[in-house]
Ligand binder design. Structure first.
Ligand code: ZN
Length: 244
């Protein structure tokens, strides 16, 4: 297993020149921190970091969980107050109505410099990406793949980013994990193998982490199997804050 620390530069960013087997970027949406925090030990076991996105009001409990995640090396981001699609509204109004309140709530509770945003339902446009880049360094969106659920992820290029393109690549297109997306372990394994073989970053998203896989949520066993597989392949398992 790789020691993540040895791949980080003094600024806390990954030294891409030293990465030879790709990067796994796991992201989790919808502020389900009560299911995330019990898995911190599991992430630690694989020197793994992920990125966790919060929708709705940033309560004291949310802020506390953000602090815990960050203290363990994970990244946190916003996901809007209402989970409203970023369509049929100007980016200015969207930020003012649905994002700025979260920023202010988090700051009031001592959580600052949140540099990441996951688009609700993965809906976004270049206009939004451009405008919101004033506030955020990186976004999580969908891949735009138009294929039936359960498609073979490794057959597509959209979820993958070559490492040399990573610094300029602000919008990470992810594939969903969970029964709703019909992701089997074989499919996920093959997706990771492609990333490792081609030395690319690959992004996934899920929501809660539950003992049993349900709808759009990920099973603890799936998480463990993915971390195990990625570690076995010698991949880095990183959060957005570690990306150059
Ligand atoms: Zn969501």
């Amino acid at each position: 297993m790789q020691n993540t620390e040895s791949f980080l530069l003094d600024n806390g960013k990954i030294d891409l020149a030293r990465v030879k087997n790709g990067i796994l970027l796991l992201t989790f949406d919808d502020g389900r921190f009560e299911t995330w925090l019990p898995h911190l030990e599991l992430f630690d076991r694989f020197n793994a970091h992920a990125t966790f996105f919060y929708d709705k009001e940033i309560t004291a409990e949310c802020a506390d969980s953000m602090k815990q995640l960050r203290a363990r090396g994970h990244s946190v981001g916003f996901h809007s107050t209402t989970h409203k699609d970023a369509v049929d509204i100007t980016p200015e109004a969207y930020y003012r109505e649905y994002i700025r309140p979260q920023v202010e709530q988090a700051e009031a509770l001592g959580v600052r410099d949140i540099a990441f945003f996951a688009y609700p339902n993965n809906r976004h446009s270049e206009e939004f990406d451009r405008f919101l880049s004033r506030y955020f360094a990186r976004f999580r969106a969908g891949t735009g793949i138009k294929a039936p659920k359960g498609y073979w992820i490794a057959d597509f290029e959209e979820p993958y980013v070559a490492l040399e393109e990573l610094p300029g690549h602000r919008v990470m297109g992810g594939c969903g994990i969970g029964p709703f997306y019909e992701t089997t372990q074989e499919n996920l394994d093959a997706a990771l193998e492609k990333a490792a073989r081609e030395n690319k970053a690959v992004t996934f998203f899920s929501h809660a982490i539950l003992s049993e896989a349900k709808t759009v949520h990920m099973a603890s066993a799936t998480l463990e199997a993915m971390l195990e597989k990625a570690a076995e392949l010698g991949m880095m398992i990183a959060g957005f804050s570690e990306l150059p």
